[in-house]
Design a protein around this ligand. Sequence first.
Ligand SMILES: [Zn+2]
Ligand SMILES: [Zn+2]
Length: 496
Amino acid sequence: MATASAMIDFSNLPPLPEYHLTPLPSLLPPIPDKLLTLLLPIFAYWALSMFFHWIDTKDYFPQYRLHTPAEVSKRNRVSRWEVIRDVLIQQVVQTAVGWVLGMTEPDDFFGKEQYDVAVWARRIRIAEKSIPRLLATVGLDARGIAKTLGASHPTLAGALQGGQYPSLENLSAVGSASKVGTPGFAGWELMLASAIYWVLVPALQFGLAILVVDTWQYFLHRAMHMNKWLYTTFHSRHHRLYVPYAYGALYNHPFEGFLLDTLGASIAYKLAGMNTRQGMVFFAGSTIKTVDDHCGYALPWDPLQHITSNNAGYHDVHHQSWGIKTNFSQPFFTFWDRLLGTVWTGGDVSARYERSRLAAQKAFDTDNKKTTVTHSNPADSGTQDPKPYENDLRDATDLPSIPIKNRQPEPPAGKAELQAAGSRQQILDDKKDGGPGVLVDEAYEEKEARGFLRRSPRKRAPSTLSSKDGFKGLRDRVPTSMHGRARGIIGVDGSR
Ligand SMILES: [Zn+2]
Ligand SMILES: [Zn+2]
């Protein structure tokens, strides 16, 4: 190679234009771009979250819900206020880190774009110089072909001869650096150089940043699930949300939030060599993706649900007690899960979701009935006589003492069985967030739901959710769940 390049003449290249730099004005005066880069992800997070919260409270798209509001209120082990508080803490940390990162970044200028395009055009010209030699290796005479083509296709002839365009001399197309007798760039060279500079390089930068974030998050997230101490100390907090909702996306232990989200995105930004405005798009974009993955809906018109198979349905499986040791990939693609065999293999999850909805609905209705009786019967309200029930508590079945394995849904065979066992153990290990109690509750509810479905296979669950949860009169939508309509969106059926 050294010999080959030594034989190519690099002296006769078109000159590069002069440039002078001007400070880049801010995109949204008077907010400096570096500050906007920090504010935009926070704004995007709450704006998108509030949009999903709004369609939640108005109950606009019940058919695309992954879970019912009854499940939100019965299954989650953390209040909405605690979630908001911890997300705000994470955003303060994220902003502080971003501020420090911003201080290490050079200020942004403009004015060098034409120069940079010309640098690419020169690289193209240098590459052209190898064409005659390359053609010679396959027995073609570049000069001969160029002569034949010269009259009809002068530009092609010039390229074949290694970038010789005599007609362009003195007509340097970029900048003011042209001198009489100097070579100039061909139109196609400048167009290609512009496409490389404005499209290809930024696309590769975003691709690299996405790869870095996905890789960083996959391995750390997986480690958090494989190591019991890491899980129970840090990551279990995020999993208090068995039914994710949009603004729970960044509900994390502060250390985990810093390590996985803030540091991961910062490293990706640095490695991809992004400028401030690219950072704006990247940080806000990955925030939006994370929120969308936790939104609790499989909306068919939401483009983010379709761009990759990592979407709300995919990540929702990871939030379930039976799928927690699967689907670790976040936030963009699922290739690490697929390459390393951690993608959910338990097949179609529709039935599980249906039973879960039904069980939560029944539990919700039971709670509601208790409340209604107490308040609607004035005769009872004054007398808190425990007599008719005084033995009930003593005689009540002690759920946690019932062997777990007898109460679990039958795990699927083979690999799915291993995943199920791993997931089950993860929940058991996390004693402070419920531990065995979570599984016992679920197993009991599962049994009830199965029994209910057997007794009345066509019966809809009652539609008695009150406004207590902030949702208007909703009904259980088991039979019309999105799993039937939009299996392609949920992205978790067995075929994948
Ligand atoms: Zn997790
Ligand atoms: Zn999550």
